[in-house]
Design a protein around this ligand. Sequence first.
Ligand SMILES: NC(=O)c1ccc[n+]([C@@H]2O[C@H](COP(=O)([O-])OP(=O)(O)OC[C@H]3O[C@@H](n4cnc5c(N)ncnc54)[C@H](O)[C@@H]3O)[C@@H](O)[C@H]2O)c1
Length: 310
Amino acid sequence: MSLAGKVAVVTGSGAGLGLAYAQELARQGAAVIINDVSQDAADAAVASITEAGGKAAAVVAPVGSSETALQLVDTAVETFGGLDILVTNAGILRDKSLLKMTDDDFDAVINVHLRGTFTCVRAAYAYFKENGVAGRIVCIGSPTGQRGNFGQTNYAAAKAGIVGMVRTWAMEMKKAGVTVNAVIPVAATAMTKTVPFFQKAVEADERGEAMPEFFRRELGFGPAQDVAGVIAFLSSDEAAGVTGQAVGVGGDRLQVWSHPEAVVQEYHEGGWDYQTMLTEGRSILEANVQSVGETFPELPAELQPEDPAK
Ligand SMILES: NC(=O)c1ccc[n+]([C@@H]2O[C@H](COP(=O)([O-])OP(=O)(O)OC[C@H]3O[C@@H](n4cnc5c(N)ncnc54)[C@H](O)[C@@H]3O)[C@@H](O)[C@H]2O)c1
């Protein structure tokens, strides 16, 4: 098994994608610390792994604080003798358009995703450095962080921030041989169940049916298990040469996201004052407008969400 002898922490692994990641890491031989805010979900996740012959233990605590981050690392070390892999996956949504979004909506999402990723990665990296471990870190982003999405100010900020931190950490951790990558998943979970566009696909998944081909290929959307193999690969020794990347995965699709690069560079001696912007700069900006948001293909009629008015 490719991860035999390794120890992993997966945050938010009581359900959804995190559970699929934890189960796959365990299937590949890693001992896994399950983390969630729900005791029942965490216990069920541990049971699903141990009943399949794997090793797992639970830490029920909300990620965000340094205390939880240290508790996760300490429990991995005390229970399974070390730490090799961290997957920062825990997440929540508080979607609202900008004028309806409260300070609490903003802070809650930033705390779990952005601060939770920061505190957990800092604690894991401190352990890796102190113990000479060429650890593996996988942080979870989102298409929303890459492209923006209506009603997701807080979530876009957090997820774009996570990928920004990953780029920085890849530079800082290189010498220690620690890799850190972002995975941009798309999958049928409780989180995507609320999106009408994915309704039929998530319902099919919940009934245990195969995902419609259209979703698997055109949208890169499938069950959570489809993402787990990439997480396991990036967590393995085999992925030593991959760091600082943003890897998209879902359904039948694997993507390598580019990092932002300047698409046009022009020069004006003395700089770009307001008048120069009017005479030269404006046409450069207008000729090179970059798109925002994700574009989805038209859903075939049979896969259209139910009309809530009916
Ligand atoms: N499902 C998708 O298509 C999709 C797309 C892009 C990104 N993501 C990201 O993937 C991750 C998992 O999403 P999901 O769809 O499985 O969501 P989910 O809601 O199904 O599962 C999230 C899990 O995290 C737990 N959790 C919430 N707050 C926590 C906290 N403070 N500490 C510990 N655990 C906490 C929840 O209890 C839950 O078990 C999230 O970071 C999400 O933003 C998901």
